[in-house]
Design a protein around this ligand. Structure first.
Ligand code: EPZ
Length: 441
C-alpha cells in the first residue's frame, strides 16, 4: 500500500549486482575449494539460484551479505524441474557441470515473463565445445554430456549477456583456447571475468566484443566482492527525479551508466559526482521528452526502459521508447494507464527486423509491439495495479510514489526478486509504503 505524492529525499546505498551474483554462484561449481562471495543482495532470485546449488548437493552458507559455497559435496548433475524452471539463470550451471563431471541436465529456463527467452545461443556454443545436447519436450529437460570440453572459435549471431557467460563458464576448464566473437560487452560479464580470474582462470577481452579463454587444468577457491547493481542505481535516480526529490546514492558506479546519465541530462535530470562512489540525483526544472532506443551495453539498457517510461509520463511533450532487446517488455504499460498515463503502442519502422532486433524474430507473438509513445505531463492518480516482471514492478512502485492518493500493488514478490527490503529503504527517503498480506487489503 503506497501513499504517493511525497518527494523522496535522503541517502540510499545500492546493493550488490543481482546479475553478477547469480553467475558467481555457478562459478563455485568449477572448484572443490571454498568460494566466498561478499556484497550479495538478499533477494528472491539469489535464494532461488542458491536453491539450485543445494539441489545438486552443494553446501551453501549465507551469513548477512556473504555467501560461502563448497561444491565438493556435489551429489547430482540434474537440476530439479521445480527449482530450475523458476529462474532462467539456473541454466548457467550446465557449463561447470560438463567441465567437471561430463554431464548436466537442466530444465528449459523460465525467469521473468518478458518473452520466450530461449537459450539456443548458449546450446549452440556448448555443442561447438564438444557437448552432446538433446532436448526432451516430454520432461522439459536439456540433456548434456561431454567426455571432455575442448576450446572452440565461436561467433554469436546476436548479442547474449548470459550466453556469453555460459560459454566462459564452460571454457575456463576446457582443453585449449576458446575465442568468443560478438561477445557481450555488459559490465556484469567483466565482473564475472575478474571473479574467475581470481580463481586462476585465464580470460581476456582481446578486442571489442571478443573474449579469449585459455583452458586451465584446475581452478582454486576465491573470496570476491560483487560490483554494485547498476539497475538499482538507475531505479533510485529516477525515483528522485520523478518525485521531484533529491537523493544521494552510495556505492554509485557512474562508469557503468554512461548511456543513462546522457539520457538523464538530456531530460533535465541533474546528477552530481559527490565522490568516486557517491552521486546526487535530482530534477532541476521541467522534465524534457526524449526518444530512447534500448540496446545491449554500452547502449541504453533494456532494464532501464520501464522506469524511464514512467519518468517520461511527467515530461512536457511526446516521448518514444523503442525496445529492441526483448520482444515483450511493456507489461507495465497497462498498469501505468490505470494510473492516468497516456501511452500508446506503435511499431517503429525497421528494415530487416529479424536482423535488427536482439531477440529471435520467430519468438514474436501477435499483439507484441516494440515501441511506445508517451504523452506528458499527465498527473498520475492512485489505482489498484498488478506486477509480473521485476523491472516493471519497480516502475509501478515508483508510479505509486509519484501519484497522489493511495495505491495498492499486488504481486510485490516480483519486486522482491530484484530489490532487497525495498519498502524499508524507500521509507528512509520519506516514502509512505506498507507491505500488507493480500487478505489484509
Ligand atoms: C540478461 O538477460 C539479464 N539477466 C537481464 O536482466 C538483462 O535485461 C539482459 O541480460 C540484457 O542485458 C541476467 O543477467 C540474469 P540476453 P539474458 O541473453 O542473458 C534472446 C533483469 O531484470 N536470446 O542478452 O537473458 C533473449 O530472449 C534481467 O535483471 C535468444 O533468443 O539476455 C532476449 O530477447 C531481465 N537466445 C535477447 O536475446 C539465446 O540463446 C537478449 O538476451 C539467448 C538470448
Amino acid at each position: 500500500m503506497v501513499h504517493g505524492g511525497t518527494p523522496l529525499r535522503g541517502e540510499i546505498a545500492v546493493a550488490g549486482a543481482k546479475n553478477v551474483a547469480l553467475k558467481a554462484f555457478a562459478s563455485a561449481i568449477l572448484t572443490d575449494e571454498e568460494v566466498v562471495i561478499h556484497n550479495v543482495p538478499l533477494i528472491a532470485d539469489v535464494h532461488c539460484m542458491l536453491d539450485v546449488l543445494t539441489s545438486l548437493g552443494i553446501k551453501v552458507d549465507i551469513n548477512g551479505h556473504t555467501v560461502r559455497i563448497q561444491s565438493k559435496s556435489l551429489k547430482s548433475t540434474t537440476v530439479p524441474l521445480d527449482v530450475g524452471a523458476r529462474l532462467r539463470t539456473s541454466s548457467l550451471v550446465a557449463g561447470p557441470l560438463l567441465a567437471r563431471y561430463g554431464a548436466a541436465r537442466i530444465p528449459n529456463p523460465g525467469g521473468c515473463r518478458i518473452g520466450a527467452r530461449p537459450i539456443d545461443r548458449h546450446i549452440r556454443g556448448l555443442a561447438e565445445m564438444g557437448a552432446e545436447i538433446s532436448y526432451h519436450p516430454d520432461d522439459g529437460y536439456f540433456y548434456l554430456r561431454a567426455d571432455t570440453l575442448h576450446g572452440a572459435g565461436f561467433e554469436f549471431e546476436k548479442n547474449t549477456h548470459t550466453g556469453t557467460e555460459a560459454l566462459i563458464l564452460a571454457a575456463v576448464l576446457a582443453e585449449g583456447e576458446t575465442v568468443l566473437k560478438n561477445a557481450a560487452a555488459e559490465v556484469e560479464v567483466d565482473d564475472l571475468i575478474s571473479l574467475l580470474t581470481g580463481m586462476g582462470a585465464t580470460i581476456k577481452r582481446t578486442k571489442e566484443r571478443e573474449i579469449v579463454i585459455y583452458g586451465v587444468k584446475k581452478l582454486h577457491g576465491v573470496e570476491y566482492s560483487l560490483m554494485p547493481d547498476r539497475n538499482e542505481e538507475v531505479t533510485f535516480a529516477l525515483a528522485a527525479a520523478v518525485t521531484s526529490g533529491d537523493v544521494l546514492v552510495h556505492h554509485s558506479r557512474r562508469a557503468h551508466l554512461g548511456a543513462f546519465l546522457e539520457a538523464f541530462s538530456s531530460a533535465g535530470g541533474q546528477y552530481e559526482a559527490v565522490d568516486a562512489s557517491t552521486t546526487r540525483y535530482r530534477q532541476i526544472g521541467p522534465i524534457k521528452p526524449t526518444d530512447i532506443v534500448t540496446l545491449p551495453h554500452p547502449g541504453f539498457m533494456t532494464d532501464w526502459q520501464a522506469p524511464w517510461a514512467l519518468y517520461m509520463t511527467q515530461a512536457n511533450g511526446i516521448s518514444t521508447m523503442h525496445e529492441t532487446v526483448f520482444e515483450s517488455r511493456f507489461s507495465y504499460v497497462s498498469e501505468l494507464r490505470k494510473m492516468g498515463a497516456q501511452i500508446e503502442y506503435y511499431d517503429p519502422p525497421v528494415k530487416n527486423p529479424e536482423i535488427y532486433y536482439n531477440f529471435n524474430w520467430s519468438d514474436r507473438r501477435s499483439g507484441y509491439h516494440q515501441g511506445i509513445r508517451i504523452t506528458g505531463p499527465t498527473p498520475l492518480h492512485d489505482a489498484v495495479v498488478e506486477i509480473d516482471d521485476l523491472r516493471a514492478g519497480a516502475t509501478v512502485l515508483l508510479a505509486a510514489l509519484t501519484a497522489g492518493g493511495t495505491s495498492y500493488i499486488h504481486g510485490v514478490e516480483q519486486i522482491d526478486r530484484g530489490y532487497e527490503n525495498i519498502e524499508e529503504r524507500l521509507r528512509k527517503l520519506g516514502a509512505r509504503i506498507e507491505r500488507k498480506k493480500e487478505d489484509e487489503i
